[in-house]
Write a protein that binds this ligand. Structure first.
Ligand SMILES: C[S@@+](CC[C@H](N)C(=O)[O-])C[C@H]1O[C@@H](n2cnc3c(N)ncnc32)[C@H](O)[C@@H]1O
Length: 239
């Protein structure tokens, strides 16, 4: 069952299943999504005990991947999608086949989890920006890097193990063209906060009621701050 959305200024938030709700919402300029990754989150040795986020990822199924057909080029001009390193060989050919062009970008972290499992440190998270004609990446010269450097977020901040830093989401929102943005896996609403701060319209979907409530609270606070700034008296510069 799909419950009525919560409306907060230019943001419309649905609590429910993305695979059911997203196709019914029609066309957006961009889908910006951070879906459950597909990866082996076991191991970690002596570091594991202190990494509560890793266990939360498993408990919430955020290591189980997603159905890539939620990215539908008939329903969006572009997509920005995060994934695990191991998903790139499957996801890149899919996106290359259905969009006009794509770029592979990286969020680099100075503070990766110290769990390697005989692999490299998890100090980069890839995301792919794929677009159709008319929806190519935009931004000032300095926004056009393929990387963004930011610390990862502690689980305890919003009681969610995979919150994306605002610096990362704000970079993406500067790069996607158009006004209407959808995040079908919005978690605590980071994409939405970045979207409305960038003056865009946002639609988010989250199935977990606790994370949905956090997203509602974050979007309400962000929208109040935007309105407060708009209403603050302008201080004239004196000559
Ligand atoms: C990687 S997290 C997104 C975190 C988000 N970027 C943030 O900064 O808070 C993915 C989210 O998708 C949600 N999710 C997983 N499957 C879903 C589905 N079928 N429909 C809606 N939400 C789903 C999970 O509950 C989780 O909060």
């Amino acid at each position: 069952m799909v419950t009525s959305p919560v409306q907060i200024g230019p943001a419309t938030l649905y609590c429910g299943d993305a695979y059911q709700i997203r196709p019914s919402l029609g066309f957006f300029d961009a889908d910006v999504m951070d879906p459950p990754y597909l990866f082996d989150n076991s191991g970690g040795g002596t570091f594991r005990k202190s990494r509560v986020g890793a266990d939360r990822i498993v408990a919430e199924g955020l290591d189980q991947g997603f159905d890539r057909t939620i990215i539908n080029p008939l329903l969006c001009g572009a997509v920005a999608v995060f994934c695990h390193n191991d998903q790139l060989p499957e996801l890149l050919p899919y996106l290359d086949g259905v969009f006009h062009r794509f770029a592979l970008l990286m969020w680099t972290k100075p503070n990766p989890m110290p769990m390697r499992n005989r692999h490299y440190l998890p100090d980069t998270e890839p995301f792919i920006h794929a677009w159709n004609r008319g929806y190519h990446p935009i931004g000032e010269h300095h926004d056009m890097h393929r990387w963004i450097h930011a610390n990862s977020m502690p689980t305890k901040l919003f009681d969610h193990p995979t919150v994306k830093p605002m610096a990362v989401m704000e970079k993406i929102l500067r790069n996607v063209s158009g006004e209407a943005i959808c995040d079908p896996f919005m978690g605590t609403g980071s994409t939405g906060v970045a979207a409305i701060r960038a003056g865009k319209r946002f639609t988010g979907i989250e199935k977990n009621p606790a994370h949905f409530a956090t997203a509602v609270e974050r979007l309400r606070t962000a929208w109040e701050q935007i309105n407060d700034r708009a209403q603050a008296p302008k201080i004239e510069a004196t000559a």
